[in-house]
Design a protein around this ligand. Structure first.
Ligand code: BG6
Length: 511
């Protein structure tokens, strides 16, 4: 295990330490950090949960998760044993003060052994019903008080609607200062998502045309090929609007549309992002049908195999009205973006997994080429591809070789894979590292979360009041309901993602 003397002693407490998130994401990410970027020399992970579990059983279980999900593959004994000695288990009820007293004692004991004060990170990897409880108990036990040293990490969903998000933020704020609260949106930890800022603000080329004068419209697609998998119970109470749009898609929107930041300070970037949400034109309740489309998948095919409809999935009500697809149209009322439509769509059981942002530039003001030369003319398009292919593609017109002037669309590509001899860390690796360094840049602030809920409230309300009559309205393995086309203005289209996804990987030392 690599250790880093510049990092101060840290105790990483995971509530829900015997749960799926710890096994699948958190401990594999911590293990990868231990092999790569390094952890503090004085470091302990304290997994807290209700079930009875020995340290040894916990470590066995977590090793299995690391074997499956670490980017280093199967873990070798020596590496695991070194890492595992930092993991221990504490059984406890999250709603009993004695759990927190025991935690405090354990942290104090570790500090005594290390001879130094330690940072205490409290990670809530629990069901959302606990998010409003744990901070209170931490506060009562005096574990939140030590301002610069204590931090709390909250997973999404941050609330179920605006009222519950406000209530949760109020509980957090009663016990922790905003600077101590790290609200996770794992999309912000993805390399390609962070690269949006680098691309826009580290290059002078695009920023001058990144506005209503040159950009016709923007689409943001986060498509999943998978269905609800084993999460039907949770998902049936959430739906795509709460599960994906309120957080991941709104965050992508902010990064694409924000004004340049003055510095790389966490609050400076978060101020610029929240400005975007404040600029989002409020949706009139009467206009919800013109701005938002919902869908639910029925039986169909995925990767050539028959798959059941959403209502047949485990944990889902047979008459469920929950949406598994959302498409939205929105406008930002500010100088940069006035009247430029932003189209957002996300869904499960779509034909393929693809997340990408497409910037469609306007056509040239005058076509001076002969009519025949420009058949099939496409205005330039820039695609920021987030996953599964990580890269950027700029589509533009070029002259086709030959004696005649004929134009054809071509692509210029940047691929992470081809350009950099370094693997992309998992988003959780980046985010956990930032929590340890106390850097909140990639985390959601309370006002951002609330602004996103506020903007979506009319859609949530209108949809709740008028349940859909046509569900399921798209077959698994298709691009969602037909109505999603109807959101688009004349001449606009949802881009086909094939060009990036089908790009063969380059052979060579980086492949
Ligand atoms: C999660 C949602 O936040 O993001 C899931 O709860 C979704 O429903 C997942 O599948 C998608 O994340 P990624 O990183 O696989 O695109």
């Amino acid at each position: 295990m690599k250790t880093n003397d510049h990092l101060e002693p840290t105790v990483f407490v995971i509530f829900g330490g015997a749960g799926d998130l710890t096994w699948r994401k958190l401990v594999p990410a911590l293990f990868d950090l231990s092999q790569d970027r390094s952890l503090p020399a004085e470091f302990a992970v304290l997994a807290v949960d209700r079930v009875a579990l020995s340290d040894q059983k916990l470590r066995q279980r977590l090793r299995d998760g690391v074997n499956q999900f670490s980017r280093f593959g199967q873990v070798r004994d020596a590496a695991w044993n070194q890492f595992a000695q930092h993991l221990s288990y504490q059984q406890g009820d999250f709603k009993k003060p004695r759990t927190y007293a025991a935690l405090g004692a354990q942290c104090a004991k570790l500090e005594k052994v290390w001879g130094a004060k330690a940072h205490r990170i409290f990670y809530m990897a629990t069901p959302p019903s606990m998010f409003g409880e744990i901070p209170k108990y931490l506060g009562q036990a005096g574990l939140a008080r030590d301002r610069p040293w204590a931090r709390i990490v909250v997973e999404k969903p941050i609330g179920y609607d605006l009222a519950s998000a406000l209530a949760l933020n109020a509980v957090l704020a009663a016990n922790f200062e905003e600077a101590q609260i790290f609200r996770i949106d794992h999309y912000l930890g993805k390399e390609t998502v962070q690269n949006i800022l680098a691309f826009r603000f580290a290059n002078p080329l695009f920023e001058p045309i990144w506005n209503r004068r040159y950009i016709d419209y923007v689409t943001i697609t986060v498509a999943e090929e998978v269905g609800v998998e084993h999460r039907g119970g949770y998902y049936d109470h959430a739906g795509a609007l709460r599960d994906m749009v309120q957080n991941h898609l709104m965050q992508l929107l902010c990064l694409v549309a924000m004004e340049p930041m003055v510095s790389f300070q966490a609050d400076e970037i978060r101020n610029k992002k929240v400005d975007v949400l404040h600029a989002a034109r409020p949706i009139d309740r009467d206009a919800v049908a013109q701005c938002a489309v919902r869908g639910q998948y029925g039986a169909g095919a995925s990767s050539g195999k028959k798959v059941p409809g959403y209502r047949e999935e485990e944990g889902v009500a047979p008459d469920s009205q929950t949406e598994t697809f959302v498409a939205l149209k929105l406008f930002l009322d500010n100088w940069r973006w006035q009247d430029v439509p932003f189209y957002l769509r996300t869904g499960k059981r779509l034909p393929r997994q693809v997340s990408e942002i497409s910037i469609q530039f306007r056509a040239v003001p005058h076509r001076s080429f002969p009519v025949g030369a420009s058949l099939g003319w496409h205005p330039s398009r820039l695609v920021l591809s987030i996953q599964p292919v990580e890269g950027i593609v700029l589509g533009f017109q070029a002259k086709y070789p030959g004696p005649k002037m004929q134009l054809r669309p071509v692509n210029m590509r940047f691929s992470y894979h081809e350009s950099f001899d370094a693997p992309s860390p998992d988003a959780y690796e980046t985010l956990l590292w930032d929590v340890m360094k106390n850097d909140a840049t990639l985390f959601m602030r309370a006002d951002q979360v609330e602004a996103a809920w506020r903007w979506l409230t009319p859609v949530l309300e209108v949809w709740a009041e008028a349940p859909p009559s046509d569900f399921p309205n798209y077959a698994a393995g298709t691009w969602g309901p037909e109505e999603a086309q109807g959101l688009l203005a004349c001449g606009h289209s949802w881009p086909s993602p094939t060009e990036l996804v089908d790009q063969p990987k380059k052979k060579g030392k980086n492949s």
